[in-house]
Design a protein around this ligand. Sequence first.
Ligand code: C2E
Ligand code: MG
Ligand code: MG
Length: 673
Amino acid sequence: MPQGICVFDEKLCLRVWNQGFIDALGLPPEIVCEGVHFAELMRIPASRGDCGPGDTEAIVEGLTAEAGKFEAQRFERTHPSGRAYLIQREPLLIDQQPGGFIATYTDISEQRASAEREQLAQKVYTHTPAGIIFTDEEHRILSINPATTQMTGYEAFELVGLTVFGLIDLHGEQARQDFEADLAQRASWQGELDITRKNGKGFPAGTRVNRVDDPQSGLPAHYVWILADITEHKQSEERMRHIAQHDALTGLPNRMALLLRLAQLLPEARRHGWRVAMMFLDLDRFKIINDTLGHQIGDELLREVACRLSRVVRETDFVARLGGDEFVIILPGISSAADAAVVAGKAIATLASPIEANGHELHTSPSIGISVFPDDGPDGDTILKNADTAMYHAKAAGRNNFQFFATEMNLATSERLSIEHKLRHAMSRNELALCFQPQFKAGDITPTGVEALLRWHHPTEGMISPARFIPIAEETGIIVEIGEWVLATACREMKRWIDAGMKPIRIAVNVSARQLRRRDFCETVANALTLSGLPAELLELEITESAVMENPQEAILILQRLGGMGVTLAIDDFGTGYSSLAYLKLFPIDHLKIDRSFVADIETDLNDRAIAFGTIALAHSLGLKVIAEGVETEDQLELLRTNGCDEVQGFLLSKPLSSAAAFSFLHARCPAE
Ligand code: C2E
Ligand code: MG
Ligand code: MG
């Protein structure tokens, strides 16, 4: 027998027992023997099962009296070991007289624990905020907990007996089959499902289904569905997604959203053979507005631009802000590139009217680059990059316009990159040199000066023209270092020639806008003069119109300081930029150099002639002298001379010469007095 069993006689002495009895009462085995009295055994606290404090004798007396009644009894007792026993006593009748009792001790610890667990489970079932649904093996609802009622609005009686799929939507036959397959294989399923409330409104529920198998047959017996309302979770997820994919300032989609959109759109376009246009739009002059009027006004401008751009496109188009003043518009499914041109035109038009911001009337315009998928690239990255490249060409083409991408643009870009790379080595490898082109008095062709012109002798590519590399040097900033070298070298050469017996004449050095913007430019010039020992009056700096006009106020200050040092100044390429006469008056300039494009056609083109002669008159009225560059023919020289041009420079009189050649040329014509 698994139970403990014992028999006491009518005098309450022990007659029969087994090991289970000793174990159940936790008795020391040496005490247990034939005839031992019930009270003796009860004196051992372990066997009493109640070791609370109190009068031991009284307790034992009570227990003994109870046993001595010889009645059927059934009670439970927990022993100090923690194990619980069901004790059943039956009187023994001998000749109809009570002749003792027989008792069994059944260990009920396990049952008790599982009952407790069940109670706890019941509590959880009732109070958890998760919806719990029990179903039978065919998903017919057996019970639901209160949270399910709260979530769905259905009471238990409305659902019990129905299949759970009336409440929970699995979206189609395929999904249902996958669901069943999962459950069969893994005994559980997890996912997000839509549940329809009693009031008809749906909500998303995080759902977990567990299969409960019958312990005997091993076949599915029940399913437990656990549901959590994840509406809020989904909303905050949606909010996070919105924040991550939108630009906080304008509310437009951002770069990340753009890339996601492309990832979705391009495969679709590829499948259907659609074309997708990508417009890269950059605002002209935004930086100036932002820097001079402040970020707040810059921000307001960007918001208004975002608004206007969104209004010119269709609902299916996509406007994003990449950051700064860069916007992108995607036009899906255009039939030809001309469609994109129309939208680009609209974008330009909508930004043409001034924007009001904080009492300021702001003028901005876009430079737009357009590339088309798949013509201009097989993927989003390439299309975006090419639209960007095209945008740069729009900027170079004078801003406020749009340009379509063309493959040559990238060729130009890669050529630029390679030149930039080589240029960085040119200085250290001594590949740069100066040549010198004399300038003459127009009247008697006596030398008045010489212009230093930069040359790049590349070891494998030969001569690289300054027209090709100077713009790149300017963009990358290398021009600053190069320019310093040019200044120092030019000053040193002229000083050397003078020391070698040549009459001192002016040396002109070209200066780029980038150099002029440097705060230490005046010091650089002063240094070159000090180191070479060349008198300041012999140095002329040639500055292009556009360099000066980039920031006239600042230019005035720098030019005045340079003038103060005794250095003379010339405006180079005059006529090609947009100088304001008002400013020109303020600059301490000595010479205007008429650009050679006007000189070239002076004999045939009446407009060019008018500009050249007008410039001469204008310069004279401002007290400036005029140098005409690019004089190639006698006729040009004659026309210029008779119209009062002061000095001339050009192939007719001398090509740019090497240092040695320039020295002997000039020395022969202007020996020291
Ligand atoms: P620029 O300052 O206007 O220089 C005059 C250019 O016209 C020189 O070209 C010169 O060789 C060329 N030229 C002179 N006479 C004639 C002529 O009769 N006919 C024709 N067709 N051209 C003539 P180059 O040397 O190729 O220089 C081009 C430009 O590169 C220069 O224009 C100047 O803006 C820039 N540059 C040259 N050297 C430097 C330099 O050291 N620093 C900077 N920042 N720019 C430089
Ligand atoms: Mg020049
Ligand atoms: Mg020039």
